[in-house]
Design a protein around this ligand. Structure first.
Ligand code: ZN
Length: 313
């Protein structure tokens, strides 16, 4: 009986709370969209388009390899909560493909795989036999990234029509900055003699960069870091460096330097000559705050400037 009375009191209490809620005034400002992005590159694009108009949630920070990243429980909760999800797609976030696919079926949730929105004719090929026909590292060609920014602006304008004009205006202004960046990168690449424009890295993230700015690219690992590099891969790359007289090779922020150091050792063993390490490139993630590479433009400039310093002299 006593138990019953307690329940009654609780129920009465709850009714009062519910009644209080229903008479509370509506919030003055409309709710901001929650926009979740996987990579820093996409986060920077959203920030340029939307500024403070949206709540930005980013999953992959500096130094995190998107090819091997497995979402945590807390990531899954964030994905659940987001109104709009932007991912790179094209199998970059390999371990998230399935959850993104599931979320895309939810009503009211917008899930956009940005790379998949690009014109296929402009994409480089990857591993068609494995079911992944296109190279996912699309941000490394500024012209493609400009198209990605346009897709982000259209999606946000659609999801949040009251701010649509702001998103479109910001995207236009940012596109002009990207045009400037593209011109800068082309001009910098010209400073390296044509025969020295060979970019050797740990994994094959720079295919679009090579095509856009005139470099041959070679890497120890394929387009994904999911498979380990073999001794044969290392020997093969050492041969390319020796035959091409490549002056410097590069480590990456999201890949262990071990593989590129193994290549360096193989060249040294074969020729008695060292090949220099040209510095560190941001391949699949951008820099930490105040590294100068914490924005997309800063990262692209850092990479090109590092390459020019190492190969141009
Ligand atoms: Zn990669």
């Amino acid at each position: 009986m006593l138990q019953h009375v307690r329940w009654m009191i609780m129920l009465v209490g709850m009714t009062v709370v519910v009644a209080a809620c229903s008479t509370a005034p509506a919030p003055a400002a409309p709710e901001r969209l929650t926009v979740l992005v996987t990579t820093q590159q996409i986060g920077d694009a959203v920030q340029n388009v939307a500024g403070e108009q949206v709540e930005l949630v980013m999953l992959l920070g500096p130094g995190i390899d998107p090819h091997t990243y497995v979402p945590t429980e807390s990531d899954l909760r964030k994905l659940e909560r987001a109104d709009v999800i932007f991912a790179n797609g094209l199998h970059l976030e390999a371990r998230m493909d399935r959850v993104l696919e599931q979320l895309a079926t939810r009503e009211g949730k917008r899930v956009v795989l940005l790379g998949n929105q690009l014109d296929r004719a402009n994409l480089l090929s990857w591993e068609p036999e494995a079911g992944f026909p296109y190279d996912p590292h699309v941000w490394n060609d500024v012209r493609l990234w400009k198209e990605v920014v346009a897709v982000i602006a259209t999606t946000l304008a659609d999801a949040d029509p009251s701010n649509a004009a702001t998103y479109q205006a910001n995207a236009m202004a940012y596109a002009a900055e990207l045009d400037e960046l593209h011109a800068y990168l082309l001009a910098q690449a010209e400073m390296i003699p044509a025969e020295r424009r060979v970019l050797v890295t740990a994994h094959d993230a720079f295919g679009y960069f090579g095509r856009a700015y005139g470099f041959e690219v070679a890497a120890v690992q394929g387009l994904s870091t999911q498979a380990e590099a073999s001794a044969a891969d290392i020997q093969e790359l050492a041969q390319i460096i020796i035959e091409g007289n490549v002056p410097a090779i590069f480590i990456e922020t999201t890949v262990s330097p071990r593989t590129i150091e193994a290549v360096q050792a193989a060249v040294h063993n074969a020729t008695g000559q060292p090949v220099r390490l040209g510095g560190e490139l941001y391949s699949d993630a951008m820099g930490a705050p105040s590294s100068g590479a914490e924005t997309y433009i800063g990262m692209m400039r850092h990479n090109m400037d590092t390459i020019v310093a190492a190969l141009g002299a």
